[in-house]
Design a protein around this ligand. Sequence first.
Ligand SMILES: Cc1cc2nc3c(=O)[nH]c(=O)nc-3n(C[C@H](O)[C@H](O)[C@H](O)COP(=O)(O)OP(=O)(O)OC[C@H]3O[C@@H](n4cnc5c(N)ncnc54)[C@H](O)[C@@H]3O)c2cc1C
Length: 465
Amino acid sequence: MYNRVNHQIVERLQSIAGKNNVLFDAEALELYSHDQTPNVKADPEVVVRVTSANQVAEIFRLAQQAHIPVTPRGAGYGLSGGAIPQLGGIVLSTEKMNRILEIDKENLMVTVEPGVITGDIHRAVEAEGLFYPPDPASLDSCTIGGNIAENAGGPRAVKYGVTNQYVCGLEAVLPNGEIIRAGGKLVKNVTGYSLIQLLIGSEGTLAVVTKIILRLIPLPKIQIDLLAPYDDFQKAADTVSAIVAQRILPTTLEFMEQDSILAVQQLLGREVHFNQAAAHLLIQLDGNTVEAVDADLQIVGELCLQHGALEVFVAKDRLTRDRMWEARRKIIEALNHMSPVSHMEDVVVPRSEIPKLLRGIKAIAAENKVRIVSFGHAGDGNVHVNTLKESMPDDLWEAVVPVVVEQLYRLTLSLGGMLTGEHGIGLTRRQYLPLALDAAQIEVMRGIRQVFDPNNILNPGKIFP
Ligand SMILES: Cc1cc2nc3c(=O)[nH]c(=O)nc-3n(C[C@H](O)[C@H](O)[C@H](O)COP(=O)(O)OP(=O)(O)OC[C@H]3O[C@@H](n4cnc5c(N)ncnc54)[C@H](O)[C@@H]3O)c2cc1C
C-alpha cells in the first residue's frame, strides 16, 4: 500500500520544482490522468513539471521516504497506458525539459533533454544536413524520452531500425535518487553491461531518463514516395513479402485497409486518393543518387503491378507527398472519430508471415461478427489491429474484445510473432505477458526491476501481470 500525497508533500515538491510547476487542481489532474490509450484513466494526486535531473533525484528521495508512487510522463501520447498513474501519487512530467542542447557535427551526435518533441529533433538536425531516422507517426506530439521508454519505431524502421539503434548515451535518475551517466558520444562501447539498452523499452519502470545522446547519419539526398492501391487486401499483403524477398529495403512499406482510408476521409472532410481500393501500400525509397533510387523504384513498381496493384502512383511534389502521409498519420485519430470506443493491438510477426496474419485477422473478425481494421508497418511485420465497437451493445462488446484479443495473440504467436512491436505492454497488455514469455524470462525481468526499484516506487502496476 502507498501513502497519499498530503499538504506537506505538496509543499516539499513546490520547494524542489517551484510553485508554478506543481499542479493539483482538478482540471490539471484530469489532463494528466490519461494518455492516448482508449478507455483507461486514473487521476494523479499531484503533477510536477521538472526542469533538471537534480529535481528528479530530489523527488525520488522524497517519494522513497514518504512511500508514494512516481509515474514519469512525456507527452502522454502512449498507446498502452504507460504514463497513467494507476495507483495515484506523483506524475513527473518532463514537458519543460525540452531543449536541444547540442548538435555535434564533428561526431554526428545530438544531445537533447527528454521532453523535446521528436519532430523538433528531425527538423533541427535536417537543417544541418543530418538525419535522425526513427519517426513514430506521433512525431509532432510525442517526446524523445517517451520514444526511449517505448523503444519507438515508425515507418522508416524497415530500412533504418528503431530508437535503440541510435542511442549512444543516457543520463538517468534511479529510483533511489542516484544520477547515472551511461555511454557517451561513442559509436562503440562494450564497457560493462549495456544499461542503455536495458533502459530503452523499459516503459518508465527502471529509471527516469534526463539527457540523451543520439547518433545521426547523413541525410539522404533523394526521396521518392509511391502509393499502390489494390482491389484485394491479400494482393497488397503478398506484395509486401515479395518486396522483402527481392532484397530491396524501402525506407517505408506501410499497409492500409480501405476502412482506415475512409475513416481518414471522413475526418479530413475531403477525398483521399484511390478511396475505392480495398488496400493501399505506401512506399518510400531513398538514396543519394537519382539513378540508384530510380532503379529501386522500377523494381518495386513492377513488383506491385505483378502482384495486382491497380496502378502505381508516384508523388511528384511535396504537397502530394505530404497529403499521402497525412492520410497515413491520421488513421488512429480517424478511427477514434469513427468509433469512439475501439480496441487497438500492435502485433508483430516475421515479415514473410504478413499474408497469413492478415488472412487470420479477417477470419477472427468474421467469427466474432465485429469490424476489424488493420494498418501499419507491414514492411517490418508490425500491424495495428483495430476492433471497432461502433453500435454494438456494451455487454456484447465487453464479451467480444477479450476473445478477439486472445485469438489474435494466439495467431500471432503461432506465426512466430510477439504481442507488441512498438506500443509496449504498459497497463493494457500486462495480463497477456505469460502467453508470450516463459516464466523464467518473466522472473528475470522482475528481478531486474527489483534491483532498480526494490520499494516499487517507480511506475508500479506496469508490464507485469
Ligand atoms: C496517433 C499516434 C500514432 C503513433 N504512432 C506510433 C508509431 O508510429 N510508432 C511508435 O513506436 N509509437 C507510436 N505511437 C505511440 C506513442 O506515440 C509512442 O509510444 C511515444 O514514444 C510516446 O511518447 P510520449 O512522450 O507521448 O510518452 P508518454 O505516453 O508520456 O509515456 C510513455 C511511457 O514512457 C515513459 N516515459 C516518458 N518519458 C520518460 C522518461 N524521460 N524517462 C523514463 N520513462 C519515461 C512513461 O512512464 C510511459 O511508460 C503513436 C501514438 C499515437 C497516439
